[in-house]
Design a protein around this ligand. Structure first.
Ligand code: NAD
Ligand code: WQD
Length: 338
């Protein structure tokens, strides 16, 4: 079994990916300082897969501790680097925190990969690297515009750093640019469980319906879109998890054509905020309390992906749409107990 080091393995996308990795025969090991997660997520992984996954609770910015963890293993085949701080608004308030955490983590992980001869690295990037994209759908060739936040800038900078290091050191690296991840594991045992309140649309919808929030504010209905609200490409977290497993296999089977490659991971369908709310109401039978509010500064009007490259090279296809996302997110909202 190939050992895979998963940073941020207790977090939302990391924990769901760990399930997919186990189901494909990989042996994941997590490093996560629990700054935005709980180790309970790995207990849920155990309930779902029957496999125990070890978490090393260390900060990736702590280089000596990271060195010690890497020295505990001699047979790691690849690294999936999820760990990062991801709250866009907070990154504007605390830019240094974001630059320090996200960039130093990446540098330290790459330093260890190089030292230990680990040749395969997958990095969590984001559609935020495209900034205010105007040509839709965006392909991997679409230019990066100015980042809208220090968070977005850390993803752009990380991609450049990864490209340079992988080319110089001969490491094979992929940046996976996620669009809007949402939804939960179909068992209802695992979903998004952050320490810091999630401000993304889908958790705001489910928390409002569950009575944890008073209302869901739609940030603007006067955009130039079919119903006036913003358009996004929501991707089910299990589709995203599956894409990581396929991306790792792609690297390990030497199917890549250069040291550094980039893939969009979305489902290629733009859904408006109001359509998302309608989908939630339709599949759950719940009436959502929502109101139209002002535009949110920094919001892109519309963005969705062209994912042909992932389909062609990784053999990946999304299986779920907005209805499945809403159904699973609602089930998780009702079950969530950590
Ligand atoms: P998450 O917060 O649930 O998971 C990130 C994990 O990393 C957390 O468990 C946190 O405790 C850990 N972590 C953060 N800094 C660390 C450090 N210095 N040392 C050790 N552990 C640390 O977030 P997520 O939604 O699972 O996101 C995973 C990755 O995907 C992130 O890089 C994020 O930027 C990226 N991404 C997320 C989204 C999204 O909307 N969720 C979209 C695009 C990209
Ligand atoms: C989606 C749509 C909002 C909340 C963020 C990051 C991006 C990437 C994915 C990490 C927008 C609207 C939202 C609410 C609303 N993450 N909305 N009311 O901003 O597209 O992307 O997550 O890399 O970098 O910026 O996601 O879920 O916040 O918003 O009307 O209470 O829902 O305006 O149109 P976003 P989101």
């Amino acid at each position: 079994m190939s050992k895979v080091l998963v940073t941020g393995g207790c977090g939302y996308i990391g924990s769901h990916t760990i399930i997919s990795l186990i189901e494909s025969g990989y042996e994941p090991i997590s490093i996560d300082n629990l700054s935005n997660s709980y180790e309970e997520s790995l207990e849920r992984v155990f309930q779902i897969t029957g496999k125990k996954v070890k978490n090393h609770r260390i900060d990736l910015c702590d280089a000596p501790s990271l060195h010690t963890v890497f020295d505990q293993y001699d047979d790691i085949q690849g690294i999936i680097h999820f760990a990062a701080l991801k709250a866009v608004g907070e990154s504007v308030e605390k830019p240094l925190l974001y630059f320090r955490n996200n960039l130093n983590s990446l540098l330290n992980v790459m330093d260890q990969a190089n030292r230990k001869g680990i040749d395969h690295v997958i990095f969590s990037s984001s559609c935020t690297v495209y900034g205010q994209a105007t040509d839709l759908p965006v392909t991997e060739e679409t230019e990066m515009k100015e980042a809208e936040s220090p968070y977005g800038r850390t993803k752009q900078l990380s991609e450049y750093i990864l490209k340079d290091l992988s080319e110089i050191w001969g490491i094979n690296a992929l940046s996976l640019r996620y669009f809007n991840p949402a939804g939960a594991h179909p068992s209802g045992l695992l979903g998004e469980a952050p320490r810091v309140a999630a401000l993304n649309l889908v958790p705001v919808i489910t928390e409002t319906a569950a009575g944890k929030r008073d209302t869901c504010v739609v940030f603007g209905d006067d955009y130039d879109t079919r119903d006036g609200s913003c358009i996004r490409d929501y991707i089910h977290v299990m589709d995203l998890a599956d894409a990581h497993t396929k991306a790792l296999t792609y690297l390990l089977q030497n199917k890549h054509s250069s040291n550094y490659e980039v893939f969009n991971l979305g489902i290629g369908q733009g859904v408006t905020v109001l359509e998302s709310i309608q989908a939630f109401e339709r599949v759950t039978g719940q009436k959502l309390k929502y109101e139209i509010g002002p535009r949110r500064p920094g919001d892109v009007v519309a963005i969705y992906s062209n994912y042909d490259k992932a389909k062609k090279h990784l053999g990946w296809m999304p299986r779920f749409g907005i209805d499945d996302i809403m159904k699973s997110a609602w089930q998780w909202e009702l079950n969530r107990d950590f």
